[in-house]
Design a protein around this ligand. Structure first.
Ligand SMILES: Cc1cc2nc3c(=O)[nH]c(=O)nc-3n(C[C@H](O)[C@H](O)[C@H](O)COP(=O)(O)O)c2cc1C
Ligand code: SF4
Ligand code: SF4
Length: 329
């Protein structure tokens, strides 16, 4: 048991392997720009390479966004992210596969497969988080359509325990980012510091707040710190989804369904989104900012989304971990 807690800090982890074809790579840098963590950098040879970050051998989430944004099909990821020990040990079985909606045995390439899918399935399977946005405002009617997709989500007891805060004012977005970074840097410094007390405190915090001390967000915080506090990826729109704490049953689940309705609707309309949880973690410690954004009880910020027109094509299926399925027939 004690051993388990001890391994919460920098646990032994297996990361995916990144491959780049130097003959295909155009050195455009999109993969580096779009990577949510500190992981990818341009090498001196102008080819992207993995770099790791302090105690994390490779700071890669295995999201495969690098593959998706690459216009030249030049890079790919092999394998996935697996924590081998301790509190955050990966429970999913080893192995990844692309979408196999007709069963794991059907290995038809996605292009052919797509013709047999419904438009909704295609939207679900090709949606990716977008972190490269055009510098172009989103018309209010389009934002409204996205919100409407959220409003018609199912909820326990039809409580509809949600509210949206839509921000298109760049200065406000920058203020949220800057204020959040003040808090997030503290989280990162506790986790990443090399002293013995950093390890002890991280271990204790991972026990008290299991969702807050994972090594992955630390590398995303570092990226924002190195790139002018940019957390919302320079998107023109930010939407906060608030939930009413009094919603019956599980308002967080209702809110999650509502958010994903918006994300899928946006993708179907040619818009890109990315969930942003980093600022939500920080808001707990920023009462003045919460007040400014109208996040007052019984409302609580559940998640936030950035929204805008993607820069280039960002909609492709990727490989994902296989999932255990128990059939009781
Ligand atoms: C609740 C939630 C919070 C997230 N927070 C962030 C974030 O703060 N920054 C970010 O760049 N991506 C964030 N993401 C996006 C995930 O990194 C992404 O969904 C995941 O890597 C899978 O990639 P995909 O969305 O392209 O399929 C978040 C996703 C979810 C669902
Ligand atoms: S898989 Fe995701 S986290 Fe890893 S290098 Fe590619 S973009 Fe970055
Ligand atoms: S996105 Fe593709 S082409 Fe551009 S730098 Fe990365 S690997 Fe090279």
């Amino acid at each position: 048991m004690l051993e388990n807690y001890r391994k919460a800090h920098f646990p032994k982890t297996v990361f995916p392997e990144f491959r780049v074809d130097p003959d295909k790579c155009t050195h455009c840098g999109r993969c580096v720009e779009s990577c949510p963590t500190m992981e990818l950098v341009m090498g001196e040879d102008e080819l992207p390479r993995l770099q790791g970050y302090k105690g994390i051998e490779k700071a890669c989430l295995a999201c495969r966004n690098c593959e998706v944004v690459c216009p030249a099909d030049a890079c790919s990821m092999e394998g996935t992210y697996r924590v081998l020990e301790g509190r955050y040990r990966t429970l999913l079985p080893e192995g990844v596969m692309p979408p196999r909606p007709f069963g794991p045995g059907d290995q038809t390439p996605f292009k052919e497969l797509a013709e047999r899918l419904t438009p909704v399935e295609r939207v679900i399977l090709t949606r990716r988080s977008v972190r490269l946005f055009q510098d172009k405002p989103v018309p209010k009617e389009m934002i409204w359509r996205v919100l409407e997709a959220g409003r018609f989500a199912p909820s326990a007891g039809n409580c509809q325990p949600w509210k949206f805060v839509v921000i298109t004012d760049r200065n406000t977005i920058r203020e949220i980012e800057a204020e959040s970074m003040k808090v997030l840097r503290r989280f990162r410094d506790v986790y990443m510091g090399g002293k013995r007390w950093n390890k002890s405190l991280s271990t204790l915090l991972s026990y008290l707040y299991v969702n807050k001390m994972d090594q992955r967000p630390m590398t995303a915080i570092e990226k924002a710190d190195q790139f002018d506090n940019v957390i919302y990826w320079n998107a023109p729109v930010v939407i906060f989804l608030l939930v009413d704490n009094r919603g019956i049953s599980n308002p967080d689940l209702d809110g999650g369904i509502c958010a994903q309705n918006m994300v899928l609707a946006a993708h179907s309309m040619g818009l890109g989104t990315c969930y942003i949880g980093l600022t939500i973690a920080a808001l707990d410690y920023l009462p003045a900012l919460r007040k400014k954004l109208g996040i007052v009880p019984p409302w609580r910020a559940l998640t936030s989304l950035c929204l805008g027109y993607p820069k280039g094509k960002i909609d492709k299926p990727v490989e994902r971990n296989t999932v255990p399925v128990e059939w009781i027939e």
